[in-house]
Design a protein around this ligand. Sequence first.
Ligand SMILES: *Cc1c(COP(=O)(O)O)cnc(C)c1O
Length: 401
Amino acid sequence: MTSTERGIAAAEAHSAHNYHPLPVVVATAEGAWVTDVEGRRYLDMLAGYSALNFGHGNRRLLDAAKAQLERVTLTSRAFHHDRFADFCTQLAELCGMELVLPMNTGAEAVETAVKTARKWGYKVKGVPDGRAKIIVADNNFHGRTTTIVSFSTDPEARADFGPYTPGFEIVPYGDLAALEAAVDADTVAVLLEPIQGEAGVLVPPPGYLAGVRELTRNRNVLFIADEIQSGLGRTGRTFACEHEGVVPDMYVLGKALGGGVVPVSAVVSSREVLGVYAPGEHGSTFGGNPLACAVALEVIAMLRTGEFQQRAAELGEHLHSELAQLAAGGAVAAVRGRGLWAGVDINPSRGTGREISEQLMARGVLVKDTHGSTIRLAPPLVISKEDLDWGLDQLRGVLEG
Ligand SMILES: *Cc1c(COP(=O)(O)O)cnc(C)c1O
């Protein structure tokens, strides 16, 4: 047995099988590259679903984390700590908003957004108690809690986890008329991914997000943008909403906010919206802890330079022109995306997404398939153009070879 085989067998023997990882056992990583237990190197073209936008082992982030590890790591929100105010102030400023409510994982931040919208609906909008409705899109991915899977349309994510939380209505993604028809007097929020990541990097039709913004403003409904995967540089802007000049009422952030070091998530909004909370009404033991704040502050500082957004825009343009050539050659059925983020629909005659992922792995490139025939490309934004081209050469080799 190789050490890879031993590692996989041991993992399978002692963990729930809620994932089907590629057969690689990573030992170390740096930048856009990971090394496995047998010393083989792979280009990481998934980047922890965008949690690793700044690459593995980013020096600035590691230094920030190490310095904070030696000072204080956890206080709970029962006490103040000296990184909290800066974190909230600077994140609010990055978002052009007023208040921050920190949590840990993305799903917790989405839950927080749902609770906030409901409370705002009752306390500010005046919706009768127990009637608040939140509109979501089909094919959404917002996390894995019982409430969130209640409004999933993915049978894998939802089946056998009921009874489901009521209060959600699902409309087709990208269909403004359907959304308009669903809004009623009890509607408190529309919750959307500005680009649907797990669905296969689906970019909505031009004008959709701007239309959602106008509709929600006119009907006194909150527009909640789940930018957990699309935000913080991935698309070539700080937020994917910016591509349509849209500012939502609330950003939901996660993944890259923790720099790939610690889980950090947050809801960011106005005083009118996040001001609905009083002490004791919501919280989290680890949310906004000193280590999380220290790492996230460094993430925010890096985003303020604009350097990563620019890299994503420039390398993204290159990525999409290369993928367009592959599509023109017939090797792939369709490509979509924005910035350094792409969904590639494999021509079924070439194999499933999983098979293509395994073939890419054999050539030293790690990607993740989704929904059978799609692979997602989301390398760290720090990837070099040479490495990106090498990764694309491997994809070409697998599809055309
Ligand atoms: C990953 C993701 C989540 C859930 O985040 P977790 O940290 O895995 O709970 C929610 N929304 C979107 C858009 C995501 O990509």
